[in-house]
Design a protein around this ligand. Sequence first.
Ligand SMILES: Cc1cc2nc3c(=O)[nH]c(=O)nc-3n(C[C@H](O)[C@H](O)[C@H](O)COP(=O)(O)O)c2cc1C
Length: 174
Amino acid sequence: MANIGIFFGPEKGSVEKAARKIAQEFGEEKADLIPVKGAEVVDLEKYDKLVFGLSTIGKTNWDSEHKDIDWDVFSSKLKSVNWTNKSVAIYSLGDQITYPQHFVDAIGWMYDRLMPLDVKVVGFVDPEGYKFEASEGFRNGLFMGLPLDEDTESDKTDVRISHWVSLLVNEFGF
Ligand SMILES: Cc1cc2nc3c(=O)[nH]c(=O)nc-3n(C[C@H](O)[C@H](O)[C@H](O)COP(=O)(O)O)c2cc1C
């Protein structure tokens, strides 16, 4: 079994495409891809190095309607996990031109669910090169995960993933 678990959702769109690229960058034998839909705590407990990938579908949606229901369901299970020796890196798909005030807010949403559980979150990213105005995923001068924008900057995705995975290789401590 691989030692990195990449949990992602939704399936079939840009989040899944990025999950596959991240796995490739680590080396496919090192990373398992797990759709978050239907995933359970036992699936997560197999890995010490975790990557969580999700899309941002709007603050109003996150806060009220929970449109990204798969992550919403799975996040409620995180409190049952034994987090000792585990680290999590977050990435989110977003669109910085159409939603400049809420670019990759989902990074903050995920981070705020992990913080109360004392989870070690790694893979923070410098905002250099992004055009956003505000983001709940951006605090103290850094994104608390990797923002990807397949809608308006798909040409930058590969290099962003490649830099981020190099950072994670360090921070996960291989
Ligand atoms: C209804 C809707 C709301 C969105 N809201 C945001 C947003 O608030 N912030 C953001 O950065 N991107 C937003 N996006 C862009 C998506 O995050 C982006 O298109 C992403 O790549 C979708 O991932 P998927 O193809 O895996 O579903 C929104 C997209 C839709 C359709």
